[in-house]
Design a binder for this molecule. Structure first.
Ligand SMILES: [Zn+2]
Length: 78
């Protein structure tokens, strides 16, 4: 089986599942490989990771509802 060349659109479509580790390992490593080569997707993935970490931290800190709503809106935009 040859490695599937995944494109930017697919990466973006699968990004959430990728970050949640819900993809099968083959798919996930397709994305790993793409992120190594594609700066655009890499920074998108990094941004998403940081955002998630922040949401997580905010949730633990009992962030004010207004901030939480703002963060949620940010996420939904992608
Ligand atoms: Zn890309």
């Amino acid at each position: 089986m040859t490695a599937h060349e995944i494109n930017c659109e697919e990466v973006i479509r699968l990004l959430f599942e990728y970050l949640d580790r819900e993809l099968d390992p083959a798919r996930s490593s397709d994305i790993d490989r793409h992120l190594e080569r594609c700066r655009e997707c890499f920074s998108r993935a990094e941004f998403e990771k940081k955002l998630r970490a922040r949401v997580h931290a905010a949730a633990e800190d009992e962030a004010p509802p207004r901030l939480r709503r703002r963060v949620r809106r940010l996420i939904e935009r992608f």
